[in-house]
Design a protein around this ligand. Sequence first.
Ligand SMILES: [Zn+2]
Ligand SMILES: [Zn+2]
Length: 380
Amino acid sequence: MNAVSEAPRVWVTTILFATTALAALILVPLYGLLVGYHWYQWLAFAVYGALCGLSITAGYHRLWSHRTYEAHWSLRLLFALFGAAALQNSVLVWGSSHRRHHRHVDDNDQDPYSARRGFWFSHIGWMLRDYPSGRENFENAKDLQRDKIVMWQHNHYIAITLAMNVGLTFLLGWVTGDIIGMMLLAGILRIVVNHHTTFFINSLAHMWGRRPYTDENTARDNDLLAFFTFGEGYHNYHHIFQTDYRNGIRWYHWDPTKWLIRSASWLGLARNLKTVSDIRIQRAMLTMQFKRAEQKLQGSTHKESWRELLEKEAQEFSAALGEWKELQSRRYENARERLLARWESAAIRTRVKELEYSLKMQRKRLQIMMEQFHLCPATA
Ligand SMILES: [Zn+2]
Ligand SMILES: [Zn+2]
């Protein structure tokens, strides 16, 4: 507690967050009441907000922090410009601290925005004081330092962010005839909304939601947050499979960042999109289901027959995983020695698909088992 209160204040960020928030809360509605806003100012707010938000999620986060795909220089330039407009520091600073967040998640001494230090700290408090856990260290970002666009943005960050925030909104206002109105909506309000929706991923997405893939860290999947954060709310999935360019993996998951990256790949602007195999995803989900089933059975008095069923399923699960691992190693070994005949590689693929399907069915069976257990735990 002492270390927290003793950390020296960072005045630049404190003043920046306080003045933009106060202006958004007081000046923006006041100007609306006294003068009023035009539809095109709201449109500029939405379009500019989306460009900045997506530059953070698709650029800063999934491209630079996690290398989940490769992007053409023109796309990287766009992300660097609108990412700077979002006022969340340079790619280099953002990416290296985000990598530390993943590596040391929930470790109060090393995770720069550990959710275990509370909502306020993980949301914004970590940037308001110079905590040892948040000190800049680019040791883990050598690859970013080799990216010319990243370094250009880092070295000229203040000039770029002024040009993108003050310059561009001033210009838009001047062209449309109301400089103050445009700067309030497309400038101030857009920055504050962008800030807090991004910050929610570090705070709320580590506190509120479900954990279908792992409970080894605090990250949660939350559809509502995903809606407001261009798909970043599937944070439980993201923390276990951070090399996947998707965060919402189902077709019905709201993940505009994933759609943007995929569309960019169709246009030739992105390539080498990485995904995690379905069988690894099924394995993570089943492991969690077994864990939860075990916990439920532990509290029950009439549990023998349920336990037998569960053990049978567990054996099937580990047999399927064993076979999958063997198929993987056979595939890698043969591929290395270039011996794999085409028919054999097709046979392995088919078998992996069958295993995937059997794990999916097993998840369904476990689900039904647990529902029935809920209905009649005493008679079992
Ligand atoms: Zn991440
Ligand atoms: Zn996180």
